[in-house]
Design a binder for this molecule. Structure first.
Ligand code: HEM
Length: 498
């Protein structure tokens, strides 16, 4: 006869269950203790984000972080918590306080390296970044930039030939693709004097590696667990992300070998690599090492191309959707360059207020790096908008938010170049497309110069019209550190002016 006692379920028969329940209770208690002891508990934010990084992770992974952060500011105010250990600020007070010369970058920047050699952007502490920037900055001097103008013009001529061809065949131009071809060709030539010829071969292999790398750095920086997870869930993507550096480095290594040969032939060079190599010979103590030069070449290719391309694309899109604004730009260009055989020099283009305003409006409304740039609160902490942010807290701002503050930029969604004719101090302070402070963009002048040369030439010669499929929805942003249009394209028609 069966004993009934044996049929009674007993907890001691399920040690695993006891373990799981115990562990869950332990984790919950730990979470509650952490929550209560968190020095940031006085800073508001969505409850789940205050106890877990999950909401920020989901938003980052789906490219929707920027809009989500804006929504949280609307609910919780100018200083909010977007993760248990991360604070985001939406206030002009934050600009100088957060991006000061005391600010150290957070560990999210660890991934910006090639093998073990950090790129400038990945150097977290102020001192080593300062030394590296000192080595790099001479290559971006005004005189050097002026010598690069013919290089920019050379590739732009190729781009303009394509516009002419598309005009003849009445085809739309996908500006997302073609501006990238243009700026990658320009930046590769400027960076290391090499023609990668995307405008010739229409080859986006290289761009794909840059995209993999951007995604990896944007996501795996703040969420390092993502690569091991991808290796299990999507090994091909994991492989692409991991191999991207080596693929990009091939170009830089080849260029550096090429430089050594060119130097032997005494051929003149105006590119950044040549300047860095010359500095290494003149002043070996302060110069970058060969490995650092390779890492910087990779960084410049990456940081300088996508950003400039997207700004030129969004500027063209805004102008195409606003014929009255485009007409004003054309009138200005026509007055400055009445004879279409006259070269459109940067010296003259840089003096045109409407063109300048159009470039700034594109950078304001469509900042290519719009979101949370992480720093650590310095010794003694920060006090912003009456909220104390303790020392060591990860804190940052979104250019996107400040750029849409109606008290600084009235009618903030309007593409309105004239607003920059006489900008207020507040407008200048809150204009953050290149970030702010000692770690702001090193290529600012080069980016600005390219935008004015590209857009000046294109809009002097062509009238841009939107394709029906290029809707505001299709052009809304997705963000993985840099932005791109939601539909991954921007079809415009360019009609040659008579
Ligand atoms: C429209 C064009 C550009 C925009 C909007 C832009 C934007 C930015 C921003 C927002 C940062 C700060 C990133 C951070 O703190 O995480 C940055 C850094 C940087 N950018 Fe640019 N950039 C542009 C063009 C360029 C160009 C043309 C180059 C070089 C050829 C360049 C090279 C760099 C480098 C090396 C850094 C790192 C500086 C540091 O960490 O100290 N950028 N850029």
């Amino acid at each position: 006869m069966l004993s009934t006692a044996k049929l009674q379920p007993h907890l001691s028969d399920h040690p695993y269950l006891i373990g799981i329940v115990g562990l869950s209770i332990g984790l919950l208690v730990l979470q509650i203790v952490q929550y209560l002891r968190n020095p940031l508990r006085h800073i508001p934010g969505p409850w789940l984000a205050r106890i877990s990084r999950l909401p920020l992770f989901v938003q980052s992974f789906t490219g929707t972080r920027v809009g989500w952060i804006i929504e949280q500011h609307k609910h919780y105010g100018p200083v909010i918590r977007i993760a248990p250990n991360k604070v985001c600020v939406a206030s002009s007070e934050g600009v100088k306080a957060i991006y000061s010369n005391k600010a150290i970058k957070s560990s999210a920047y660890e991934g910006f390296k090639y093998h073990d050699v950090k790129m400038c952007i990945g150097l977290r502490d102020v001192k080593s970044a300062h030394t590296r920037r000192k080595g790099l900055l001479p290559a971006f001097s005004h005189q050097n930039l002026m010598e690069m103008e013919p290089v920019i013009r050379f590739h732009l001529e190729r781009f303009l030939k394509w516009l002419e061809k598309f005009d003849h065949t009445r085809e739309y131009v996908d500006c997302f693709k073609w501006f990238r071809y243009l700026t990658f060709d320009v930046v590769a030539d400027i960076a290391f004097g090499q023609q990668i010829g995307m405008l010739v071969q229409e080859d986006d292999n290289f761009i794909r590696h840059v995209e993999y790398r951007n995604k990896r750095n944007g996501l795996a920086g703040p969420f390092p667990f993502i690569i091991p997870l991808l290796k299990i869930l999507n090994p091909e993507t994991a492989r692409n992300w991991i191999n991207a550096d080596d693929e990009i480095a091939k170009y830089a290594i080849r260029a550096r070998d090429g430089w050594s040969r060119a130097e032997k032939d005494h051929r003149p060079r105006v590119d950044i690599l040549a300047r860095l190599e010359e500095a290494a010979v003149k002043n070996p103590k302060e110069a970058l090492s060969p490995e650092e030069i390779i890492a910087e070449m990779m960084e410049i290719l990456n940081a300088g191309s996508d950003t400039t391309a997207n700004t030129a694309m969004f500027a063209s899109y805004e102008l195409a959707t606003r014929p009255d604004v485009q007409q004003k730009l054309y009138d200005e260009l026509l007055e400055a360059f009445p004879d279409d055989s006259e070269p459109l020099t940067f010296a003259k283009l840089s003096q045109l207020p409407f063109l300048d305003g159009a470039c700034r409006e594109a950078l304001r409304i469509h900042a290519p790096i719009p979101s949370y740039l992480e720093r650590l609160a310095p010794e003694g902490g920060l006090s912003i908008e009456g909220t104390f942010i303790p020392e060591g807290t990860i804190v940052g701002m979104q250019a996107y938010t400040n750029h849409r503050d109606p008290s600084v930029y009235p009618d903030p969604f309007r593409f309105w170049p004239e607003r920059w004719f006489n900008p207020s101090a507040e407008m200048k302070l809150n204009f953050l497309p290149f970030s702010a402070g000692p770690r702001s963009c090193i290529g600012l002048n080069l980016g600005n110069m390219q935008l004015r040369i590209h857009l000046g030439h294109i809009f002097r010669m062509y009238e841009a019209v939107c394709a029906p499929q290029t809707t505001p929805e299709a052009m809304s942003h997705v963000e993985f550190f840099t932005i791109r249009p939601k539909n991954g394209k921007c079809d415009l028609y360019f009609r040659k002016r008579k």
